[in-house]
Design a protein around this ligand. Structure first.
Ligand code: FAS
Ligand code: PHB
Length: 389
């Protein structure tokens, strides 16, 4: 089989890149290890930056998001009883869109189906070869039969555990990593959200996040030790912990109910440099991971896609290689900014085991400063709604 762009991975990165390229008349084949239902069963991001909203609309997948998504003008940061509202719209003129990654992915699959795009599920043992030539190829096994896909370029959209990053020789890669000593236990419940905007809560009992998907679907997280397992947490234990972290007035009035999804995600900050190896380009989680505290994971994937899409269209349509030569450096600039913000927010809002009383005071003081300084709130807002592309 032959195509112009081979895309490894059928998550949001791979599907969005395929959608944009196909709309520009560039052929793609997406190779996905799991089934479509498995991809769509994953509950992940919930907040979409304004820049990413624009890219999704440009890709022709913004209609349901604009109908069902909820524009948010602000969010709250709390420290026990202190609640600070960050009014992004007033401070930056921009909003964010609350619309689940699951819905984004479903919209992308529907759009790709409508375009008759080629997405092959259930691929195994993907190998990428001849990246230092003008005719790279990808081999994979499908239903026990070894296949070969010839292409001009390869996009590695296969997430943190994929093969793309590891195809770059180890001695040619630089990895930067911080693994946090805690995870997030997430719950989805068919209950009205505890608050009309998100609450990122720091408290003497640890971190919690009150988020949502719509007016009758809430998404909550609490900080848990890395040693915890989902089966350690009954719904009742979860709700008690969540309420112990949220401001008391919110805790007293919020609705609880049975969890319809419950999972623990570890937190890490990770960047791989460079994002390019010959005709292979890393995109999204295959290149970087951010702790979800800053709501940057999915949004960084979208800005990577934006840069690479324009670069590949130029390369395929005009032969100009400027965009692909600049991709890694250009994407890494925005990646590192988001990496810093996500690390800062994680450090500012989470209790670290064995920390001294000074650390807890620094967290309190940071929040107090935000409550007193419009400049500090503007700096937070500019990062949260997403730095320019
Ligand atoms: P993805 O990991 O989503 O997709 C990669 C795809 O490649 C997968 O479908 C995988 O099956 C496939 N694949 C892997 N290896 C392959 C191979 N060898 N061959 C073919 N296919 C292969 N971000 C937020 O902003 N907020 C959150 O709350 C949040 N929560 C998260 C919770 C978890 C558990 C995880 C893992 C991530 C979370 N993220 C969150 C980040 C997440 O949203 C990612 O940023 C987003 O999924 C990135 O999309 P992709 O780059 O497409 O990677
Ligand atoms: C979510 O709704 O899943 C969500 C929202 C904001 C975050 C992380 C997760 O920072």
């Amino acid at each position: 089989m032959k195509t112009q762009i081979a895309i490894i991975g059928g998550g949001p990165s791979g599907l969005l890149l395929s959608q944009l390229l196909n709309r520009a008349g560039v052929e793609t084949v997406v190779l996905e290890r799991t089934s479509r239902s498995h991809v769509l069963s994953r509950i992940r991001a919930g907040v979409i930056e304004s820049g990413a909203v624009d890219v999704l609309r440009e890709a022709g997948v913004g209609a349901r998001m604009d109908r069902e998504g909820i524009p948010h003008e602000g969010c709250y940061l709390s420290d026990d009883e202190l609640m600070v509202r960050i009014n992004f719209h007033e401070l930056t003129g921009k909003k964010v869109m609350v619309y689940g990654q699951t819905e984004v992915t479903a919209d992308l699959y529907d759009a790709q189906d409508a375009m008759g795009s080629t997405i092959i599920h259930g691929v195994e043992n993907v190998e990428i070869s001849d990246l230092d030539t003008e005719t790279p190829f990808v081999e994979y096994t499908k239903d026990g039969v070894r296949q070969r896909l010839d292409c001009a370029y390869v996009a590695g959209c296969d997430g943190f555990h994929g093969v793309s990053r590891k195809t770059i020789p180890e001695e040619k890669r630089r990895e930067f990593e911080r693994v946090y000593p805690f995870g997030w236990l997430g719950v989805l419940s068919r209950t009205p959200p505890a608050n009309d905007e998100l609450i990122y809560a720091n408290s003497r009992n640890g971190f919690a996040l009150a988020s949502m998907r719509n007016k009758m679907l809430s998404r909550y997280y609490v900080q848990v030790p890395l040693t915890d397992k989902v089966e350690d947490w009954t719904d009742e234990r979860f709700w008690d912990k969540l309420k112990s972290c949220l401001p008391s007035e919110t805790a007293a009035t919020m609705a609880t109910g049975p969890s319809i999804e419950k999972s623990i995600a570890p937190l890490r900050s990770f960047v791989n440099e460079p994002l390019r190896w010959g005709r292979l380009f890393l995109v999204g989680d295959s290149a970087h991971i951010v702790p979800p505290t800053g709501a940057k994971g999915l949004n960084l994937a979208v800005s990577d896609v934006h840069y690479l899409y324009h670069a590949l269209v130029d390369a395929v349509k005009t032969g100009s290689e400027t965009g692909i030569d600049e991709y890694s450096e250009r994407a890494l600039k925005r990646i590192w900014s988001a990496m810093r913000f996500s690390w800062q927010m994680t450090t500012m809002m989470h209790q670290f085991q064995g920390e001294d009383s000074f650390a807890a005071q620094m967290r309190k003081s940071t929040l107090m400063h935000l409550s007193q300084s419009e400049t500090a709130r503007r700096e937070f807002a500019e990062n949260y709604i997403g730095l320019p592309y």
